[in-house]
Design a protein around this ligand. Structure first.
Ligand code: ZN
Length: 293
């Protein structure tokens, strides 16, 4: 009681003194109330979080998330879609909601507020991308859906309406739009809708080839767009080596990589290396070419 008197005022000391104490002496133990045995498991914590999540977002269907996780697309693209559906993609509109005082105009065109509708659905570049590869996306994006605060409502609608192959194209294109936005914002690289589609197409194609080479994923034949430039195989008996470089100015590094393919487009060898320093794009490309030798 002495300790309690030192810490609390008289009124609280009286209230604390009225708390009935158990007569039997038992040591305190930790008890996890979301498990019938009181034992904490990651599984029970996940279930509890998901129950809360679904209860607080009645519009969201577990079916949408399940469908998304099962798509045969690169994990980093699934992660991106998950972040977009969870309002964790750092669009400028989200900074505004959190009262961060920054310029909120679109990083690509600078004409409108950078929110999910502008960047991913009806903005300058997104509209052109969808018009070329998946016009259904624009038809499905009704005014009532676009008036929603959260992008997940739009994603759910698209996932409900499109088939699996179209959904793969949809997800990879969304990721490429976000990649282009970041390239413009951080590396000041100008970008066009056809470059976005080319990036989506070549990245997805190479990922599928590597997957099928190592037997990680069955061959899937999804073309992003027949109208954009596609990789052309070399003539019989020849090999083709493609190189590329990416600049990560924020961490002062560049990433380089090359891939060698034969006349059937089969991947024979590939490599990626990172280097310190931030040269301009031409030098970065030259460094990645040097890696081949
Ligand atoms: Zn814009």
């Amino acid at each position: 009681m002495e300790i309690i008197r030192n810490l609390f005022n008289d009124k609280d000391v009286a209230l604390i003194g009225q708390i009935p104490l158990l007569q039997t002496r038992r040591d305190d133990v930790r008890f996890w109330i979301h498990d019938c045995k009181g034992i904490f498991t990651v599984k029970s914590a996940y279930k509890w979080l998901m129950d809360n999540f679904n209860a607080s977002s009645p519009g969201e269907s577990v079916g949408f998330w399940n469908k998304m996780w099962q798509l045969k697309i690169p994990p980093k693209i699934k992660n991106f879609i998950w972040r977009l559906g969870s309002d964790c993609v750092p669009l400028k509109s989200l900074f505004l909601q959190r009262h961060v005082d920054i310029d909120t105009l679109c990083s690509m065109c600078g004409l409108e507020i950078e929110d999910w509708r502008h960047v991913f659905v009806i903005g300058c570049l997104a509209r052109n991308c969808w018009h070329t590869v998946l016009p259904q996306v624009l038809q499905l994006s009704s005014l009532s859906i676009l008036s929603q605060t959260r992008a997940v409502v739009w994603l759910e609608e698209i996932f409900r309406a499109l088939g699996v192959e179209d959904l793969m194209v949809f997800c990879v294109t969304l990721w490429a739009i976000w990649f282009a936005r970041n390239d413009k914002l951080w590396n000041r690289k100008p970008v066009t809708a056809s470059q976005i589609l080319l990036k989506a197409s070549s990245f997805f194609q190479q990922w599928k080839e590597v997957q099928s080479k190592f037997g990680l994923c069955p061959e899937v034949s999804v073309a992003i767009s027949p109208s954009v430039v596609q990789w052309m195989q070399p003539s019989v008996g020849m090999l083709k080596c493609n190189v590329d470089a990416a600049i990560f100015a924020g961490v002062g590094k560049i990433g380089t990589g090359w891939v060698v393919r034969d006349h059937e487009g089969k991947v024979l060898n590939a490599c990626r290396v990172s280097h310190d320093g931030v040269p301009d794009a031409t030098v970065a490309e030259a460094i990645s070419l040097r890696e081949v030798w």
